[in-house]
Design a protein around this ligand. Structure first.
Ligand code: GLC
Length: 378
């Protein structure tokens, strides 16, 4: 199925309109009726691509529960503050964060002519400084919980699921891993002795967002902190697997499984040959490549399952991030292919949460607001 650009625009607008709450769009009114941090940052980019003023409104809204130390919770439940309070141990929000895509969102909105108030940029900087201030693992920022990466069931976490990955076991384990998060006096998440992982993907996004924001605000200290993380990431390059490993005790185990988020350091690496190798495997049909977007897991991995949540489908935010990496590398051909894949997959899936990388069969929630990223790439 093919969509002309006007049709894609109207379908994306309709999906976001239906998901709009007055301050932000939920990812999916039926499956995810709350605000999610990185989703809202991506929505802001999509609103900007639509030329809609809600871009600035949604971006500002992600900070409304930011802690004094800069921590930004990854889910906000304002519509029903008590709903998961027993689970999170607090009302109205979760107690962990998600990739800090607000740095990119600020920069991208500004590039698209949207006014980003100084207060929003300052809150974004505070969010990044909070993450950069966590006690490091091999020079990198740790995730306190698998959910903080956005890639909930990535095979990168399999060594942290006793007995090996199994959806039911992993569900229970994720609950347990919340209890072991170590927090500041103010309750902000800092580390987790039961999940010692500094993911390549999350660190690439910390460094990328720091650089993006610093480019907008001319914050030299933030730029230097981003550069430092980018340099530490290079130590995790694994030439044999063509990926960047997750640092921590499982770096040589599930920390080097070929999952697509392990290629995100292509967003910040200064090693042109590594960036080129990462983009090449992302596009190679015998590796991750697919007609509707790179698969979330390399096709030769035992874990690869093209229709299973985070274990093989194409995910719009990851395709978008690799498209940004291709643009930064000046590889217009790779960027054009990634954009075409995203548009094909978004159309075939009916703007799904994620989809089969080969035929675009829609998976998860349909429609899901972030599938509109295809429009930002088109
Ligand atoms: C799932 C995804 C996460 C996303 C959320 C809302 O939990 O794993 O990345 O933020 O859904 O879309």
């Amino acid at each position: 199925m093919r969509l002309d650009p006007t049709d894609l625009t109207s379908r994306v607008r309709a999906a976001l309109d239906a998901a709009w709450t007055g301050r932000y769009a939920v990812p999916s009114p039926s499956a995810y009726p709350w605000q999610f941090l990185w989703d809202s940052c991506f929505h802001a980019v999509v609103w900007a691509a639509l030329g809609d003023d809600r871009a600035a409104v949604e971006l500002a809204s992600v900070f409304r529960f930011q802690s004094p130390a800069g921590f930004v919770p990854h889910v906000a439940y304002d519509a029903d503050p008590a709903v998961l309070a027993p689970f999170w141990g607090r009302e109205a929000t979760s107690s962990i964060t998600q990739p800090p895509m607000y740095g990119h969102a600020c920069a991208e909105l500004a590039r698209r002519g949207v006014d980003v108030p100084g207060e929003v940029a300052e809150r974004a900087a505070a969010g990044l400084r909070f993450l950069l201030g966590r006690p490091r693992v091999a020079g990198l920022v740790p995730a306190c919980h698998p959910w903080e990466t956005g890639a909930d069931h990535s095979p990168r976490w399999d060594d942290w699921c006793p007995g090996g990955f199994d959806p039911a076991r992993w569900y229970d384990r994720k609950g347990e891993l919340l209890a072991t998060v170590e927090r500041s006096g103010g309750g902000d998440p800092l580390s987790n002795p039961a999940f010692v992982v500094a993911p390549a993907g999350l660190n690439a996004l910390v460094a990328f967002n720091a650089r993006e924001l610093a480019g907008l605000t001319r914050d030299d200290a933030l730029a230097a902190a981003g550069d430092e993380v980018a340099a530490a990431l290079e130590e995790q390059w694994d030439a044999e697997a063509v990926t960047w490993r997750d640092a921590g005790p499982r770096a040589g185990g599930s920390g080097r499984v070929r999952a697509l988020d392990g290629l995100l350091p292509a967003l910040v690496s200064d090693r042109a040959e590594r960036v080129a190798a990462a983009l090449a495997v992302a596009l190679d049909d015998a590796a991750y490549g697919g007609r509707c977007g790179p698969a979330g897991v390399h096709r030769d991995e035992p874990a690869f399952a093209p229709r299973t949540y985070w274990r093989g489908p194409a995910w719009p935010p990851l395709t978008y991030l690799l498209w940004l990496a291709a643009g930064r590398a000046g590889d217009g051909a790779a960027a054009a292919r990634l954009a075409a894949m995203a548009v094909t997959g978004a159309a075939a899936s009916g703007l799904a949460e994620y989809w089969d990388p080969d035929d675009g069969t829609g998976l998860g929630a349909v429609p899901q607001s972030w599938a509109g990223l295809a429009l930002a790439m088109a």
